[in-house]
Ligand binder design. Structure first.
Ligand code: CP3
Length: 378
């Protein structure tokens, strides 16, 4: 089949797999004949769909009681390296919601830990780095990621793809700027001032750091696609902290390299950040097929800013899910109308599901999106 990326597979066999002596694609990975026709993949490619596909950032995890039960007594980093648990947690939301895609359960710090960075996820705090990376020597110690560094990712993706059948699995990684924010500032920060001062004051050092991070991200995303992920999302969550000029100069070339490297896999590439109203066109320009929009810009306006040729993903304010149902319904219908105008729309929230969200509300929302978007097209 056309989507048999034999060359890609040959050059990048995931841990524990080989392409065989002929180099033929015995196992077809990435967008398979099964997932290529899914509503989610079709909408990412701006092909006609009978209704809007839907999934939610952070649909697995903190908002689900069964997640807390499954992970009880285990650290987040331990959970993220245990294939059975990753598989179980990734599938949990699919038992509740009729979503059109699963997202791999992991965290953006996983590939950094895998290459030896002393970074941990502190409960109630977030990612914290032992020795923040701020000089040439520390950047020099950042090595590239090999598939053998993350065998648990290959194992979990492989088992998930088997379980999911025709339902696509979305792989993901943190964008280079967002990873740098944690590595340089040393932990969660409001304004990323240490990171930004390195970016503004030591551009050569900054480029060296971003080059290393983009390389790690490319390798990490390739592992997920080689094991069967049908799409990838780059979460550059914190790029909204930058002006368009600085984004263009200091971040875009590195993210563009990530998207270009993934082009040969043939899977749809999604690019997402928060507070990116002024950056939307640049997020598209970096090379994604789909631009994720937060709730601050209406989708029709986002479409105008991004220009033709890109699908849009979003953009219900996650906080709206805490409001009464009639408010949720009205806002959802409005987003579907605006998304339809954009051509190629994947319904999602404008950022991750909040911990306080009632899962029953998300179940109802999923059905509403399906029904209302099918009616729209009837
Ligand atoms: O919250 C949970 O669902 C429990 C597991 C957990 C994750 N990350 C899953 C995750 C925990 C405890 C973390 C720690 C973490 N990592 C924090 C602390 C606060 C928080 O939200 O729990 C933060 C800020 C990070 C860093 C991080 N991880 C960023 C910036 C992103 C990009 C997405 C975003 O929210 O902007 C992630 C990705 C991430 N962490 C996902 C999951 C399941 C992404 C995949 C998805 O959308 O499901």
């Amino acid at each position: 089949m056309a989507a048999c990326h034999a060359g890609f597979w040959r050059e990048n066999p995931p841990h524990g797999h080989s392409a065989g002596p002929s180099g033929a694609c015995e196992t077809i990975r990435g967008v398979t004949s099964l997932t290529a026709e899914s509503l989610f993949v079709r909408a990412c490619r701006r092909q006609p769909v009978p209704r809007a596909p839907v999934w939610y950032m952070r649909q697995a995890g903190r908002s689900l009681p069964e997640y807390h039960k499954a992970r009880a007594g285990m650290t987040m980093t331990a959970a993220c390296s245990t294939p059975d648990l990753i598989t179980e947690i990734t599938l949990q939301p699919l038992r509740r919601y009729d979503v059109d895609a699963a997202i791999f359960f992991s965290d953006i710090v996983v590939p950094l830990r895998a290459v030896g960075v002393g970074i941990d996820i502190k409960p109630g705090v977030g990612p914290v780095v032992d020795d923040p990376i701020r000089d040439e020597a520390a950047i020099g110690r950042l090595r590239d990621l090999e598939p053998g560094d993350v065998p648990f990712v290959t194992e979990a993706v492989t088992s998930l793809v088997g379980e999911l059948g025709a339902k696509p699995l979305i792989g993901f990684a943190g964008g280079p700027f967002t990873l740098a924010c944690y590595l340089v500032d040393g932990g969660p920060s409001k304004n990323f001032e240490i990171t930004k001062s390195l970016m503004y004051g030591q551009p050569q050092l900054w480029d060296a750091l971003m080059t290393r991070l983009a390389d790690i991200t490319i390798s990490f995303l390739r592992v997920q696609v080689a094991a069967g992920a049908s799409a990838v999302q780059l979460f550059d969550s914190w790029v909204g902290a930058l002006s368009p000029e600085d984004y263009r100069r200091s971040v875009l070339p590195h993210s563009a390299r990530v998207f270009a490297a993934l082009a040969e896999t043939g899977v749809p590439r999604i690019h997402f950040g928060v507070g990116t109203g002024e950056l939307l066109a640049l997020l598209g320009e970096a090379g994604a097929d789909v631009v994720g929009v937060d709730w601050r810009v209406p989708l029709d306006e986002a479409g105008r800013r991004i220009g033709p040729g890109k699908a849009l993903q979003g953009n219900l304010d996650p906080a709206i899910l805490l409001a009464p149902w009639p408010v949720i319904e009205q806002r959802t219908r409005q987003i579907l109308d605006r998304g339809r105008a954009a051509g190629g729309h994947i319904f999602n929230l404008g950022h991750g599901v909040m911990p306080e969200t009632d899962p029953d509300v998300l179940a109802r929302l999923t059905d509403l999106v399906h029904e209302a978007s099918a009616q729209q097209r009837a």
